[in-house]
Design a protein around this ligand. Structure first.
Ligand code: MN
Length: 260
C-alpha cells in the first residue's frame, strides 16, 4: 500500500525492458510527471523476454543519463535486467509510492507474463512491497502512438496511488492497436508461442540455432481474456496475483503425494 501523505507529491519509479531510449518509456515518464515526482531507471539496452532475472554474479553500473529526452526528470541507465533496475532504483534513490513499467513495444498477454521483462519489473516492485503497474501496447501496422496510452496510464496511476493495491497484486495493462473502443477488466488468457527452431550455419560453418515462434491464442475469441480484449480493440486491465498456487488442487494433490 502507498504510504503517501495526502499533501505530498507521490514518488513514482518508472522502468521498462525495451531500454531507456525507447519511445514507450519516454512517453510514460513524461506523462507520469503530471501525477508525481518521477525517477526513471531502465536498462541501457533492450532486455525484452528476460523475465525476472536478477544479476548476482557481476557488478552493475547505475549511470545518470541526460540524453534520453526526459528533461528535468532524473533518469538512470543500468547494464542489467528490468528487475535489477527496480532493485537499484528503490535502494539508491529511495522508496517510491508506485512502480510503473513500460510502455512496452508489443503486448504482454497470457503466458507472456512468465517471460516478460516489462511485467518482471512490476513484479520486482511487488517483491519490495510496492504497488505496481505494467503497461504494453500492440503496434498499429508497426507504428506506435504512445501519447494517448501514456495519458491513460497517468489517470490509472492516480487511481492506484489513491486506492493502493493489495499486497502481491499488480495491474497488467495492454493497449490495442489504434484508438481503443473502451476498457475491459480481464483475466489472463492462454496466449503462447509455438516454438520453432531455425538451424543455420555461421560463416565458419558451425551450426547455430534461433528460437522463433508463431503466436497462438486459443481463447482469443473470449472477451473475458486479456488477449480477447486487445484483439477486439479494447484496453485490457488484468489484476495479476503473484501467488500462483492452484488452490483448487490442494486436497487432490495431498491425496496422492507419497508419505515419508
Ligand atoms: Mn520489451
Amino acid at each position: 500500500m502507498s504510504d503517501l501523505l495526502p499533501s505530498s507529491r507521490p514518488r513514482i519509479l518508472v522502468a521498462n525492458d525495451d531500454g531507456i531510449f525507447s519511445p514507450g518509456i519516454k512517453a510514460l515518464g513524461l506523462a507520469l510527471a503530471e501525477v508525481g515526482d518521477v525517477v526513471v531507471v531502465a536498462p541501457d539496452v533492450e532486455q525484452s523476454a528476460v523475465g525476472h532475472g536478477i544479476t548476482i554474479r557481476r557488478p552493475l553500473r547505475f549511470k545518470h543519463t541526460a540524453s534520453a529526452g526526459f528533461g528535468d526528470i532524473p533518469a538512470y541507465r543500468v547494464d542489467g535486467t528490468p528487475a535489477d533496475c527496480v532493485v537499484l532504483g528503490v535502494h539508491l534513490l529511495g522508496r517510491p509510492d508506485l512502480v510503473v513499467s513500460g510502455i512496452n513495444l508489443g503486448p504482454n498477454l497470457g503466458d507472456d507474463l512468465t517471460h516478460s521483462g516489462t511485467v518482471a519489473a512490476a513484479i520486482e516492485g511487488l517483491a519490495l512491497g510496492l504497488p505496481a503497474i505494467a503497461l504494453s501496447q500492440r503496434s498499429n501496422g508497426g507504428e506506435y502512438d504512445f501519447a494517448p496510452s501514456a495519458a491513460y496510464a497517468a489517470r490509472l496511476a492516480r487511481e492506484v496511488l489513491a486506492r493502493g493495491l493489495p499486497p502481491r497484486v499488480l495491474l497488467n495493462v495492454n493497449f490495442p492497436a489504434g484508438t481503443p473502443r473502451g476498457v475491459r477488466v480481464t483475466r489472463v488468457g492462454e496466449h503462447r508461442w509455438e516454438d520453432t527452431i531455425l538451424t543455420r550455419q555461421d560463416p565458419e560453418g558451425r551450426e547455430y540455432h534461433w528460437v522463433a515462434g508463431q503466436s497462438t491464442a486459443p481463447d482469443a475469441d473470449d472477451p473475458a481474456t486479456d488477449y480477447g480484449a486487445v484483439d477486439a480493440g479494447y484496453i485490457s486491465v488484468t489484476p495479476v496475483r503473484l501467488d500462483l498456487t492452484a488452490r483448487d488442487l490442494l486436497d487432490e494433490v495431498a491425496s496422492y503425494v507419497p508419505e515419508v
